[in-house]
Design a protein around this ligand. Sequence first.
Ligand code: FES
Length: 106
Amino acid sequence: MSGQRFEAVVPLADLPAGRMKSCVLEGREIVICHTPHGLFAVDNVCTHAYARLSEGRLRGTRVICPLHGASFDVRDGRVLGAPAERALAVHAVRLVGGVIEVAIEP
Ligand code: FES
């Protein structure tokens, strides 16, 4: 459990509710989602083929892939809609002094 290393990504003020923000942390593409249930961070690359979820749509806590329409719950990464079958990796998020920080899960 120790060793989680959070990195500052973006001020909360720059990520309005209902929006997404992509970033690269430790070489990994991540998308931060500001939902009605809070902030969540998941891998940005769809597990079906290859598309960036940040270029799709965020509806509540559901992110929809722009390429073939798979959808995922950003709270736990699970698949909500085909054709994806594998869940997204989820990363820890915290808010420190108004700045969103993310820790990459190995
Ligand atoms: S790449 Fe996302 S649904 Fe196909």
